[in-house]
Design a protein around this ligand. Structure first.
Ligand code: BES
Ligand code: ZN
Length: 578
């Protein structure tokens, strides 16, 4: 028996599931999916088949003829969930599992609108479908969702049909390309669409559709630039879905339908790098995939590299370089934050017993990017581009480990031996000298969001209240339409004790849900003794609206920063023995 992925019960000696046929009724009243998953095996098999589940209630397991299959649902592990072991009779080729999800399924956020969406990466697909939830194994799928007739049902897959029946609609999607399970994606709600180009449209809540249409008008230019770099776009369509504000990430590369945060709607197209990033995943990640979260840098490091190449092609080398410099500052911060967990600063990580959501940082993104840049500088752009194309072509629809990448590199780009490749891949920290100080001059009204971000992040610490006041007066930074600038500004202004910034921060914390921004703002509040208690109070006030992941990441962080976040209960206090 071999458990090759520390985050899955999958045993590589057992049969592999090839296809999922999924039937699910989306019930808002109870926040439940009532579902049947039909799993087809790659080859007829027998004996135990271990599947990943989390919070699922299993109602029935049968073969395709309806004959019961013996199963055992194990106890829940806090990271992995519960193992569902089926005992397959000889010659089994299909199993059918009838089940329902828990109202707190970790992949789903249910909103009152009504709206429900999934976020399956890294290991949450198992909370909505029992399957081999490891990116090592790919599946094709067909899904038939039953939803209230008034709502749209979207998936990261090709639309097939919508049939209406009374108050309900049955919506079928098909994913014919094999995908890792973390790319399974759905969103159900009141949504409208605007055509952006020959293979792209944007979906959004009706009230933000016009802004979204403007912000993403240039998407086909990005797709064309990406195709010139990495080859034909492999997934047919590239649509965008503007998520509700509580979406915890900037973007998620669901195939054919990338999910993006509404904070991208800055009105200046300054955040098109996030779209370029999710688009780049169509090749780096969705086509060539990390074999487990321990090799996550293969997904994200390559994607940041590809993102900046796309950006360079459409916006020029200066913009790409500004993004790279911002990335380097973020990396230096992440490395400092992880000083007591050096294992998490390696590209190849070891994550047995560690939740991938907890291991998440900018390190795989930006250290991975710098490693690929170092290779490119060594080989020259033309040769490195060829290498990249060969890497993508050779491993289409496969999942790789860092070791497999290293072997391919040694064979295909032998000059890489001039670098200490093993140190880059396996050692903690950064092999490079400190980033050179940048000269960025004095602020000017015409500055772009990126220039402001750099200026604000580089202002000397601690920032004085006078400087903060002066900046606010001259440039009204609290009104910046770019969340990147706004958050960079507010964190510095809170540090400076600039009172008007507190009100703006409080309003923002009530509005947004992207973990990256929430983290920066809560850290700033917690670090200033004058606002520390406020951080706890604001978190208590808003946490119910945050995505469960934001809630858990921020809760842990605030506790570490010794911010009191639990409600003081006078009854239990008075009952405490003296
Ligand atoms: N796939 C990630 C988001 C993700 C990673 C979700 C791990 C769950 C687990 C996505 O492509 C991403 O990297 N988003 C970034 C975009 C940025 C780097 C431009 C984000 O959300 O900040
Ligand atoms: Zn990414």
């Amino acid at each position: 028996m071999a458990r090759l992925d520390p985050h899955s019960y999958n045993d590589s000696d057992q049969p592999e599931v090839r296809a999922l046929d999924w039937i699910a009724r989306v019930e808002f009243a109870t926040q439940t999916l009532h579902a049947e998953a039909r799993l087809t095996l790659r080859a007829p098999g027998a004996g135990p088949l271990d599947l990943d589940t989390r919070g699922l209630t299993i109602e029935r397991v049968t073969d395709e003829a309806g004959a019961p299959i013996v199963y055992l649902l194990g106890p829940p592990d806090p990271i992995l969930g519960a193992r569902l072991r089926l005992e397959l009779p000889p010659g089994s080729s299909e199993v059918r599992i009838t089940y329902r999800t828990a109202p707190d399924a970790s992949a789903l956020q249910w909103l009152p609108a009504p709206f429900v969406y999934s976020q399956c990466q890294a290991i949450h697909a198992r909370s909505i479908v029992p399957l081999q939830d490891t990116p090592r194994l790919r599946i094709t799928y067909r899904a038939r969702l039953t939803v209230p007739r008034a709502l749209q049902a979207l998936m990261g897959a090709a639309f097939v049909s919508r049939e209406e029946e009374g108050e309900l609609a049955h919506v079928t999607h098909l994913m014919m390309e094999p995908i890792p399970p973390y790319l399974l994606a759905l969103a159900v709600g009141e949504l409208a669409a605007h055509e952006l180009g020959p293979r792209s449209r944007v979906w959004a809540a009706p009230e933000v559709l016009a802004r979204a249409a403007w912000e993403f008008a240039g998407v086909d230019e990005l797709v064309c630039a990406a195709e010139a770099l990495f080859g034909p776009y492999p997934w047919g369509r590239f649509d965008l879905l503007v998520m509700p504000p509580s979406f915890p990430y900037g973007g998620m590369e669901n195939p054919r339908l990338a999910f993006v945060t509404p904070t991208l709607l800055a009105g200046d197209r300054s955040l098109q790098n996030v779209v370029a990033h999710e688009l780049a995943h169509a090749w780096t990640g969705n086509l060539v995939t990390n074999a487990s979260a321990e090799h996550f840098w293969l997904n994200e490091g390559f994607t940041v590299f590809a993102e900046r190449r796309i950006l360079e092609a459409v916006a020029g080398p200066r913009i790409a370089a500004l993004h790279a410099a911002a990335g380097r500052r973020a990396l230096d911060h992440a490395l400092a934050d992880l000083a007591d967990r050096p294992g998490l600063t390696c590209l190849r990580t070891h994550l047995s017993g560690i939740d991938p959501d907890e291991a998440f940082s900018r390190v795989p993104y930006e250290k991975g990017y710098l490693f690929l840049r170092a290779l490119e500088d060594l080989a020259g752009r033309a040769r490195f581009d060829q290498f990249l194309r060969r890497y993508l072509d050779t491993h289409r629809f496969q999942s790789l480990t860092t070791g497999q990448f290293g072997a391919f590199l040694a064979a295909e780009l032998p000059e890489a031996a001039a670098l200490d490749v093993a140190a880059w891949l396996e050692a903690p920290g950064l092999v490079l000298p400190a980033a050179p100080a940048e000269v960025c001059g004095e602020p000017a009204p015409g500055w772009s969001a990126l220039e402001w971000q750099r200026y604000l992040e580089d202002l000397p610490s601690p920032l004085s209240a006078t400087i903060a006041q002066d900046l606010e007066q001259r440039f009204q930074l609290s009104n910046s339409p770019s969340c990147e600038v706004l958050v960079a500004w507010l964190t510095r202004a809170i540090e400076a004790g600039h009172a008007p910034a507190l009100a703006r921060t409080e309003a923002l914390l009530a509005e947004i849900g992207r973990i990256k921004y929430l983290k920066s703002l809560y850290i700033a509040l917690a670090k200033n003794p004058a606002t520390r208690a406020r951080a706890g109070a604001l978190f208590r006030q808003h946490r119910a609206r945050y995505h469960f992941l934001a809630r858990s990441v921020l809760g842990k962080m605030l506790r570490q920063l010794q911010v009191p976040i639990e409600q003081v209960n006078p009854v239990s206090l008075s009952k405490r023995p003296l």
